[in-house]
Design a protein around this ligand. Structure first.
Ligand SMILES: Nc1ncnc2c1ncn2[C@@H]1O[C@H](COP(=O)(O)OP(=O)(O)OP(=O)(O)O)[C@@H](O)[C@H]1O
Length: 272
């Protein structure tokens, strides 16, 4: 399912944070949002769920206006993992992922009442979904651990597994590789690229963006500066202009998309 953001304007704290952003995902493809700290990446994806309300613009989820979709239906259409995966309650990993079943069969679970633990009322097929999500993310061994006892990276993977278990064909992930070691970063990005879902992902790592994203949107100060194939978007001039570094996306000797750093911080940006 495609997500379509048209002319999105957001004001927060009296400041214009997004200034007419247009963005469109492609079905089954990975679309990256990249740009410096504070340029509005998270704000943009929060508008999808009404967590931030645009003063102008339109968001379509498939062919429907996002604001006409009720939260519980939205959860069956889009799996979302934000930047913050902090947790207060002492649930097991299995319980946390089981909560995804609310999105799949909300009516059935509300009948059990809030106090009853959802994981004890799962049908066989639902247990299979939870087990599969744990296995796909390589965290089955954590299933009985308390979510509170996990490391930042482990916790991130649990919340991504929950988003996958929701059954949505679209995932929105805000810096999902944050806290992950290099091997798990590559594992996760590989999974996202090949899982067949529509993925909208905020990334800081330009090497991951160049290698794994089918298309990127480069943002600066609340606007999209360029979009398209990462190799074309992240050329040396834009990379210097936006990030102040001497680098560019390229195809390496092995024929793989890569991001190459020439000389660290641009001398020009550094006053040199
Ligand atoms: N509630 C708010 N009130 C005022 N300003 C806000 C509010 N929320 C966010 N901002 C500001 O909006 C700007 C964009 O924030 P946003 O979190 O979207 O940036 P980002 O591109 O995701 O940054 P990062 O890469 O650091 O996560 C920032 O300058 C931030 O300080």
């Amino acid at each position: 399912m495609r997500l379509f953001y048209e002319n999105i304007h957001v004001r927060l704290g009296g400041k214009e944070i997004l200034k007419g952003v247009d963005l469109c995902t492609e079905e089954g493809k990975v679309t990256g949002i990249i740009g410096p700290n504070g340029c509005g990446k998270s704000t943009l994806i929060k508008t999808t769920f009404g967590l931030v309300k645009p003063v102008q613009g339109r968001i379509l989820v498939g062919k429907r206006e996002a604001y006409a979709i009720r939260p519980r239906e939205m959860a069956s259409l889009i799996g979302y993992v934000g930047q913050d995966t902090g947790c207060v309650f002492d649930f097991s990993v299995w319980d946390v992922i089981s909560m995804a079943m609310y999105a799949r069969s909300f009516e059935r679970y509300t009948a059990f009442g809030a106090k009853k633990c959802i994981s004890r009322s799962l049908q066989y097929s639902e247990k299979e979904i939870v087990r599969q999500a744990l296995e796909e993310l390589g965290i089955y061994h954590l299933k009985d651990r308390s979510i509170l006892s996990l490391s930042g990276g482990e916790r991130k993977l649990v919340f991504i597994a929950r988003a996958i278990a929701q059954g949505a064909d679209t995932l929105i992930l805000d810096e999902p590789t944050n806290h992950l070691d290099i091997s798990r970063q590559l594992f996760l990005m590989d999974y996202l690229r090949t899982c067949g879902r529509t993925v909208l992902i905020v990334l800081h790592d330009l090497r991951l963006a160049a290698h794994y994203c089918h298309r990127v949107y480069l943002m600066r100060e609340g606007e999209v500066l360029a979009s398209g194939d990462p190799i074309k978007v992240l050329d040396a001039e834009r990379t210097r202009q936006v990030f102040g570094i001497c680098a560019k996306a390229c195809v390496n000797q092995g024929g793989q998309r890569d991001f190459s750093l020439f000389d660290g911080i641009s001398q020009q940006e550094n006053g040199g």
